[in-house]
Design a binder for this molecule. Structure first.
Ligand code: PLP
Length: 391
């Protein structure tokens, strides 16, 4: 047998170790649509783990807009936005997003991940301070790391702990950013953005919320900064076009000065190719629908509520409902059992969630059938909850 090279030996060892801990990830081919349907290995399933909360990726109007953009502008944008990639649809999308979020301006990025990496590292650096909620999305944390700013983590949604860290560290730093998800991606709960905004202002800190799971589905589709009716004091509203908006891309809504600065300094905007015209056109059509159909934007949370009520869980704050199982292996087993029953619910394991908190992350979309929700709830109540309680 030929001697194995060190590269393959290294990665195989890593893969074996992950496999033993039920933490290895593999990609599974999945076709989606119509609505909440999915197909895997030739089997038709109902998906309860997709972030396409309004099913807009499948909307005839949105798909038509994308096709028309391809015919008008081509399949790709050809270069970064600063070279030739800034096709005419960008201005319209940025204007529409700024209007929805009630800001002066907006910058669209290639993805939400790119947006967070670029925004945080453009605004703060060495000598500055970043304070982040412990459950913030990975790309906020990576943005903080890329910035080289001193970073401290506060306990989840704990304003007192945040104030403590501000008292301890704000004085030594030039600038300070506070980072949090608006709607937490793996738990579905909301950040106290209104109170956080007030706290940030008192300490001259810049609050940035990641509303990937808020736009389109909370506060009549306007997102987590608008819960309670008026806009909270959040100078940096970031989000993605890849979830309820149904396509792909990321954005920052902020003041004109901030957006002008980001356009000229965010590395993940400057050194990457502009979005394909079809993605930008699809997002414009989706924002149209989100702005004009409030009933649609309320439906995912209503569907989630039908599910939590059937299981005697607290009412949901978003379309995301976690069912915590703790153990990664048990979570994979539960997910497999649900797939046999015709449901697609991917298990979520560390490091996506903290050690010991592996879970089923169940998401609801506007077009889920009530009968499917009821059957899913019944199976979880009878076959998953009892095991959980026994632990
Ligand atoms: C999905 C997600 C992102 C990344 O957005 P993409 O557009 O998929 O890159 C960022 N933040 C949160 C909270 C997310 O859930």
């Amino acid at each position: 047998m030929a001697k194995e090279n060190s590269l393959d030996a290294f990665v195989k060892g890593k893969l074996d170790a992950l496999e033993k801990r039920a933490l290895r990830r593999v990609l599974v081919e999945t076709a989606r649509g119509p609505a909440a349907a999915a197909e895997r290995g030739g089997r038709k399933l109902v998906s309860f783990c997709c972030n396409d909360y309004l099913n807009l990726s499948q909307s005839a109007r949105v798909k038509e807009a994308a096709k028309a953009a391809i015919d008008a502008y081509g399949a790709g944008s050809g270069a970064s936005r600063h070279i030739t990639g800034n096709h005419p649809l960008y201005t319209e999308l940025e204007t529409r997003l700024a209007r929805l979020k009630e800001t002066e301006d907006c910058v669209v990025f290639g993805s939400g991940y790119l947006a967070n990496m670029g925004i945080v590292s453009a605004l703060v650096g060495p000598g500055d301070l970043v304070l982040a909620d412990e459950l913030s999305h990975n790309c906020l944390m990576m943005g903080a790391r890329l910035s080289y700013a001193e970073t401290h983590i506060f306990r989840h949604n704990d304003l007192a702990h945040l104030a403590e860290l501000l008292d301890a560290h704000r004085g030594n730093a030039r600038h300070c950013m506070i980072l949090t998800d608006g709607v937490f991606s793996m738990d579905g709960d909301l950040a106290p953005v209104r109170e956080m905004g007030e706290l940030a202002r008192r300490y001259d800190a810049w609050l940035m919320t990641d509303d990937a799971h808020g736009i389109g589905v909370v506060a009549d589709g306007k997102g987590s900064s608008f819960i309670g009716g008026t806009k909270a004091d959040v100078p940096l509203q970031m989000g993605t076009l890849s979830k309820a908006v149904g396509g792909y891309g990321g954005y920052l809504c902020a003041s004109r000065a901030v957006c002008d600065f980001i356009r000229t300094r965010a590395r993940t905007l400057i050194y990457t190719t502009g979005l394909p015209p079809a993605s930008v056109a699809a997002a414009i059509a989706s924002i149209d629908i989100i702005e004009s159909d409030k009933e649609l934007t309320r439906r995912p949370v209503e569907k989630a509520k039908r599910f939590t009520r059937a299981l005697n869980l607290p009412d949901p704050e978003s379309p995301i409902v976690p069912v915590l199982l703790g153990d990664a292996g048990a979570t994979l087993e539960a997910s497999k059992m649900l797939e046999v029953e015709g449901f697609l619910v991917t298990g979520i394991r560390p490091p996506t969630v903290p050690e010991g908190t592996a879970r089923l992350r169940i998401t609801f979309t506007a077009e889920h059938e009530d009968a499917d929700i009821d059957r899913l709830a019944a199976i979880i109540r009878e076959r998953i909850m009892p095991k959980r309680a026994a632990e």
